[in-house]
Design a protein around this ligand. Structure first.
Ligand code: TRP
Length: 333
């Protein structure tokens, strides 16, 4: 049986952090063995905010390096830059003819952007979900590992697929669906207890895969705590539960249980727990950071990775575009 096709896009803005690692990258790494995976850096998407041209390459290369350092294996997956696949914008153009202004204006992420950057509401922003649909449908993928915030976009991808099928051929595009290994996505909160870890906000309460040992220690020691529980077996406030989650993800089970029992018995000392967590986190992040830094030094190696990734991603892209053109009547020769 042929493997199921998986697509996911990685934003190229900002530095990767623990939320990305445990929420997304770990899922990719688990999928790479049993699926036919296409992972790409969404550099075209980043153009909606007009990034400085001299930063673009570095951002793309860094994201590639960080994903590989986190365990993505380019022998197993196709890892490429979106802008290296010309069939993606071609499919985007085709799908734009099936996407309606009204439905695009209703998308919550679009409405947020209109509120946050009213001076730059461009057509690329409005049609962001169409480009994302093209990313997915170009490989006729069925599984898309993304977070909750992307579910609406995926629903649109299904709508466009079905619309195309209805108009031109009933079975050309399969429906893509959100995929997660664990039912609940792992959500890492910001260390100040204010929302989730984020690429751009809460810099001091977010742990990045590029943070040095002492930066990590400092951030963890400053994490929000409280007076501790007053009654045995109290429920944890979310910012305390977040520290326990981080401990669980990075420390041994014994250590985790030791602190959990201390919490249950009301004799937890957060200072000790944070020191422990800081050291486990340092040990966890260090090899990823070092590998990513080493990879980034070798630009030729990253270029080679991207080139090979694009070579792996082109055949199915070309097949989809050829099929779509034919179905739409664009076959003159
Ligand atoms: N929109 C996604 C994000 O913000 C990134 C993305 C672009 C993507 N194209 C995609 C994700 C295709 C999955 C599939 O994270």
């Amino acid at each position: 049986m042929s493997k199921e096709i998986v697509v996911s896009g990685i934003r190229s803005t900002g530095y990767l952090h623990l939320g990305n690692y445990f929420g997304a990258i770990q899922n990719y790494v688990k999928m790479q063995n049993e699926h036919n995976c296409y992972f790409f850096v969404a550099d075209y998407h980043s153009l909606t905010t007009h990034p400085d041209p001299k930063d673009l390459k570095q951002n793309v290369f860094r994201v590639v390096a960080e994903n590989i350092a986190s365990g993505l294996d380019t022998e197993k997956v196709a890892l490429y830059a979106q802008s290296d696949i010309p069939e993606i914008p071609e499919l985007y153009l085709m799908l734009n003819m099936l996407a309606y202004k009204g439905e695009l204006e209703k998308v919550p992420t679009f409405k947020d952007k209109v509120r946050l950057q009213p001076e730059n509401v461009n057509a690329g922003l409005l049609t962001y979900p169409v480009l994302m649909s093209a990313d997915i449908l170009i490989h006729r993928a069925t599984k898309v590992p993304v977070g909750k915030d992307q579910e609406q976009h995926l629903e649109m991808a299904r709508n466009f697929a079905n619309r195309f099928n209805k108009r031109y051929n009933d079975e050309f595009f399969p429906e893509p669906h959100v995929f997660r290994f664990n039912k609940e996505a792992v959500r890492i909160m910001s260390l100040d207890g204010d929302g989730k870890m984020s690429k751009s906000e809460n810099v001091n309460a977010t742990i990045y895969l590029s943070d040095g040992d002492d930066v990590i220690r400092k951030k963890i020691m400053k994490a929000k705590t409280d007076q501790g529980p007053h009654e045995p077996n109290s429920e944890m406030p979310d910012f305390i539960a977040n520290l326990f989650l981080l401990l669980k993800l990075t420390a041994t089970e014994d250590i985790y249980n030791q602190y959990l029992n201390a919490y249950k018995d009301c004799n937890i000392r957060y200072g000790d727990m944070k020191k422990q967590l800081a050291e486990d986190m340092v040990a966890f992040v260090r090899p990823i950071r070092e590998k990513a830094a080493e990879l980034q030094k070798d630009e030729d190696a990253i270029r080679k990775i991207l080139k090979e990734g694009a070579e792996k991603a082109r055949p199915s892209s070309i097949a989809t575009i050829e099929g779509a053109r034919k179905l739409m009547g664009i076959n003159y020769y």
